[in-house]
Design a protein around this ligand. Structure first.
Ligand code: IPE
Ligand code: IPE
Ligand code: MG
Length: 252
């Protein structure tokens, strides 16, 4: 049965031949525009990252209320290592800051935290903070809050191919059995359904190496809003517009 968005404003009587899409099960967001938000206010770029933490919580809260199953947030890409060290150092402290303020609310909302990306390459203090949250929330069974940290699609696909080739070498897997489903199991997103809706803030219209394999049939929603300005209403607007789309997956 399809779940209907509890806050959906339009009524079927008003748009008679509309067939609503169900609430998206998996929403992925490229949280972009922190630096520009700060620069517009004459502040250093990191002030935007600091403010962006609160937007993360607003969206998590909204997603939990809207019965979304999975929320994947792009927090740090494999290409973001190209930034100045001082900015990277700041970004690596953000998970701890976010969790210090919001872990109690996350627990209350029955949210489970997980990550995708090359976790081992993160600084120890970042890993510890995130791992602690993963452990604490492991038994929650509401929204899955999935942080993409040190994530890049090409890196993910390359790792998948390497592990797959190992398994073929050691006869754990046969070449004949390899299909799209089996390959998907080797990705960081193993076990997660593909995103139904992908949102990018800040006016950029590109994927920046995010979920390339997984977004084959994802609906995209781009907005000029800068990430730190994002609030619950913004999230509900994206959901509502998604529900007006007609997904065909190549069929009729
Ligand atoms: C998004 O904001 C946060 C990360 C990529 C970590 P940016 O830092 O990319 O902000 P802009 O795009 O420069 O405004
Ligand atoms: C994408 O944003 C990565 C994250 C939001 C974590 P970027 O700001 O790094 O992307 P580009 O460089 O504009 O493509
Ligand atoms: Mg950016």
């Amino acid at each position: 049965m399809s779940k209907k968005f509890p806050f959906f404003k339009r009524k079927k009587e008003e748009v008679p031949d509309l067939e609503y899409e169900a609430v998206p099960s998996h929403v992925a967001i490229i949280m972009d525009g922190n630096g520009r938000w700060a620069q517009n206010k004459g502040l250093p770029r990191v002030a935007g990252h600091k403010e962006g933490v609160h937007a993360v919580n607003r969206v998590v809260r909204a997603a939990a209320r809207a019965n979304i199953d999975i929320l994947t947030l792009y927090a740090f890409s494999t290409e973001n290592w190209k930034r100045p060290k001082s900015e990277i150092d700041y970004l690596m402290k953000l998970p701890k800051q976010f969790l210090h303020i919001y872990l109690p609310e996350i627990m209350e909302n029955n949210v489970r935290i997980e990550t995708i990306g090359e976790f081992d390459a993160l600084p120890d203090h970042t890993k510890n903070a995130v791992q602690n949250a993963i452990d604490k929330t492991a038994n929650n069974n509401g929204l899955l809050l999935n942080f993409a940290i040190n994530y890049g699609s090409r890196n993910e696909i390359m790792h998948a191919v390497k592990r797959l080739m190992n398994d073929i070498d050691s006869s754990k897997v046969t070449l004949d059995s390899l299909d799209e489903n089996l390959f998907s199991n080797y990705l960081y997103t193993n076990g997660l359904r593909d995103p139904d809706l992908l949102i990018r803030t800040s006016g950029e219209q590109r994927l920046s190496n995010f979920l390339l394999w997984q977004s084959a049939y994802t609906e995209f929603w781009f907005t000029d809003t800068l990430w730190p300005d994002v609030d619950e209403a913004f999230f509900y607007q994206a959901i509502e517009e998604y529900q007006l789309r007609k997904r065909r997956f190549g069929g009729l």
